[in-house]
Design a protein around this ligand. Sequence first.
Ligand code: FAD
Length: 480
Amino acid sequence: MPLNNQISGTGTAGTKAVIVVGGGLAGIAAAAALDSSGYRVTLLEARRELGGRASSFEDPESDQLLDNCQHVLLGCCTNLQNLYARLNVANRIEYHRRVHFLDSHGRQFDLWGVAGLPAPLHLGPAMLGFGALTISERKQIITAMLAMLRLGKPGREKLEGQPFGQWLQEHRQSDRVIERFYDPVLISALNEDTRKAGSKYAIEVFQDAMLMNQHGYVVGLPACALEQLYAQRPCPDTRLGARVSEIIFNDLRATAVVLQSGEKLTADAIILATNHHAVQRWIPENLRTADDRFTHLDKLESVPILGAHLWFDKPVMSLSHAALFEGPLQWLFRKDAEGKILHGVISAARDWVDKPRDQCAELFARQIQRLFPHSSARLLRQKIVIEKRATFSPLPGTDAYRPAQEPPAGGIANLFLAGDYTKTHWPATMEGAVRSGYLAAEALTRRIPGTDGNVTGKTFMIPDLPTEWPARWLSARNRR
Ligand SMILES: Cc1cc2nc3c(=O)[nH]c(=O)nc-3n(C[C@H](O)[C@H](O)[C@H](O)COP(=O)(O)OP(=O)(O)OC[C@H]3O[C@@H](n4cnc5c(N)ncnc54)[C@H](O)[C@@H]3O)c2cc1C
């Protein structure tokens, strides 16, 4: 592919200049990958810190660095773990092999995997003894899990257009099983109501996290504020407080970005790693016609998430985390050693956006009192953060609207996209964002020559955890 060498940008002789716009996880991943491969990378982030939607803010009242919301990863998030290793923070993630569930009276039920037992056998003993459900309800789930194994990855792709509610009905999953098993897992993983979400994404969560590999389900929680995970810059030229206001195009090439300060930076290639709302504003009408990646972005529906920081006068919860069978809060996390500071999360929080914060806090305090009746703790303070555009909704049919990272033939040849909304086949998650960054970086290396002047095409993506033999065997046996 011919390159416009007159616009060699900020690159020195022999190196190609790449600008990455947006320092969320997608932009960080793309910048780190390309920097390690000899490209001259400039990362531009509008805010004063990196991390985007997975970041922290200073709370002047408590003098603490608070996360906008608790972020959870799973063992199957192979690319996110790889990025944490690149940033030298892999040891800041604490992994929990026991996943705790609480009913509305605080009775605890755990799911855990037997160490060393391959999937899906590892969860067998915990599933068989999961006292939150009757024996016949547990049987229902096992039948559904076998059906998911039988589908494999190709089978779930075919269900892209089907709501998961329909699949659950076809597989005779009762309302109580949905409330006590599917809802706690899926509403938070997909940020969507279990029945409304696309079957492909819902089944992917169970296949990747529970059924294929014994390490997939393990819950990872950062042991520090999210912002501290990005202390090591992904590339030397990382600029914070650098808001891009315009992209300059010359025919079907992006040649430069203009910052709000008026500064203009030229480049050989640009990766847009902002959310899709920003991307839409920058692409002129005539280029949108030539490049179909921008055609359907306005069809992606945004869904809010609520995060509640709650300070109590006495210890409340000793567990590190708990999924709750009954709301309003769906998950709770302990944020200090004593259990006096808790963080609660509501995903798919459409009904909470306009509720007065005090009213929300009162409801949460009452729920926590019911959960932990022996603690006479009083709520001292609350800080509720609602991210209105937290993620896009993985509704059935959404894949048709998610753009590829790489330009199509006849599209804007040196403009790449990254972001959780791009085509990764993952829901909007930190793992999805990192995958998008690595995919964008890989696409760029297929089109823009590296230091040696050759277009080599690098691989940054980390493979999924391998499917273990019982899962392979059960899947093949069931398919007969
Ligand atoms: C409340 C909440 C809870 C969540 N919980 C989880 C969870 O538990 N587990 C999980 O895996 N995922 C979770 N997610 C999803 C996860 O945070 C996102 O999928 C991921 O962080 C998206 O990363 P991104 O890089 O694609 O986008 P963003 O993080 O949105 O990054 C885009 C960046 O671009 C920057 N930008 C925008 N415009 C400009 C401009 N003009 N110039 C320069 N920079 C610009 C923004 O400031 C931002 O930093 C949660 C999200 C939210 C909001």
